[in-house]
Design a binder for this molecule. Structure first.
Ligand SMILES: NC(=O)c1ccc[n+]([C@@H]2O[C@H](COP(=O)([O-])OP(=O)(O)OC[C@H]3O[C@@H](n4cnc5c(N)ncnc54)[C@H](O)[C@@H]3O)[C@@H](O)[C@H]2O)c1
Length: 320
């Protein structure tokens, strides 16, 4: 199939592009390279340096396309609380612009990068897809707004879509094909590896007085190769079943901040300096996904998301 991948030079998109090419699909990447990296672009793809907010770039990219994978967005949740306009423009208006262009080009299949941020603070664990959606940051709201719009476009215009709610994406390609570090990474595992590689002086742990076994927050870490696998299965599902799909992508279990630091230390063979500081506002103590629905509908289960595989896949990117 011919597939347009927006944000295909970014962290998750570049991994998915490799997987799509491996499976013999024809891939067109549309990326403005604000946060993408040329060195992570799979050379088997056509690249359009352009923007989803620009209609003529979309008209170029959508010619003859069967499916769109949409990764292009801003993702810094903290920044979204300070500059919501920026997130409204790229994540909401940019996506609506893309969807409208797709309708004009008769492209009716869409795989959307949603997020666990649509749920907000957990009311129960593990979080399943029926959990109430109360985002606590504007970024999460942008994802929810698009999910709601997708439901309308499906009803009114026959769009088929998958909304994939990622939990904490982590790791790098287990085959070592991605060498450029994620730009502006704010998640724990890249920050831990930056501290390990001496790229940052100190690692701060926000609170050790949570009601968890070691007092630090617990998150569900999902390896980016597992995410890539889920994207291809999600595409097959919406194509073959002619149905929409809304699923969590996580492992169903979690690791504390200290578990993560200790696993990284074991992998790099040295102590990683960290300092316990106060809690950060708005951090839930525990976020774990139920991914049973993804297993039931797609036969998908995480294979690479143990901490050892996560850090062994990250090590070459940080240490060469
Ligand atoms: N990384 C995570 O843990 C995580 C978790 C949940 C959801 N997501 C979502 O997954 C998607 C991909 O995330 P990522 O971690 O790969 O981020 P990323 O920043 O590495 O990749 C985004 C890519 O999109 C490009 N881009 C941004 N705006 C664009 C625009 N207007 N036009 C064209 N290109 C544009 C950037 O240059 C970059 O290459 C995002 O939608 C993000 O919200 C990520």
């Amino acid at each position: 199939m011919k597939i347009l991948v927006t944000g295909g030079a970014g962290y998750i998109g570049s991994h998915v592009v490799h997987e799509l090419n491996d499976q013999g699909h024809e891939v067109i990447i549309l990326d403005n390279f604000s946060l993408g990296r040329q060195e992570n672009v799979d050379k088997r793809s056509v690249v359009i340096e352009g923007d989803v907010r620009n209609r003529s770039d979309l008209d170029k990219g959508l010619q003859g396309v069967d499916v769109v994978f949409h990764f292009a967005a801003w993702k810094a949740a903290g920044e979204s609380m300070i500059h919501p306009q920026k997130f409204a423009e790229n994540n909401i208006a940019g996506t609506i612009n893309l969807l409208n262009a797709m309708l004009d080009h008769n492209v009716d299949k869409f795989v959307f990068s949603s997020s666990a941020a649509v749920y907000g603070n957990p009311e129960y664990l593990p979080i399943d897809e029926q959990h109430p959606k109360n985002p606590t940051n504007y970024y999460g709201y942008t994802k929810l707004a698009i999910e709601e719009n997708l439901a309308w476009y499906s009803r009114l215009k026959g769009l088929h879509y998958a909304a994939l709610r990622y939990f904490n994406a982590t790791g790098y390609d287990v085959k070592g094909r991605i060498r450029g570090k994620e730009k502006n990474a704010a998640n724990l595992s890249p920050v831990v590896m930056e501290a390990a590689a001496g790229l940052r002086n100190e690692l701060q742990v926000y609170g050790d007085d949570y009601n968890t076994p070691d007092g630090t927050c617990i998150r569900d870490y999902i390896h980016v190769n597992d995410l890539a696998d889920a994207h291809l299965k999600a595409m097959d599902y919406i194509v073959k079943e002619n149905n929409n799909l809304i699923v969590n992508l996580g492992t169903g279990s979690g690791h504390s901040v200290l578990d993560v630091i200790h696993a990284a230390e074991a992998e790099v063979g040295k102590k990683i300096p960290y300092k316990i500081v106060g809690r950060r506002a708005g951090d839930p103590e525990n976020l774990i996904a139920s991914s049973e629905l993804a297993y039931k509908l797609l036969g998908w289960k995480a294979k690479y998301s143990d901490l050892h595989t996560i850090f062994s896949s990250m090590k070459p990117v940080y240490f060469g």
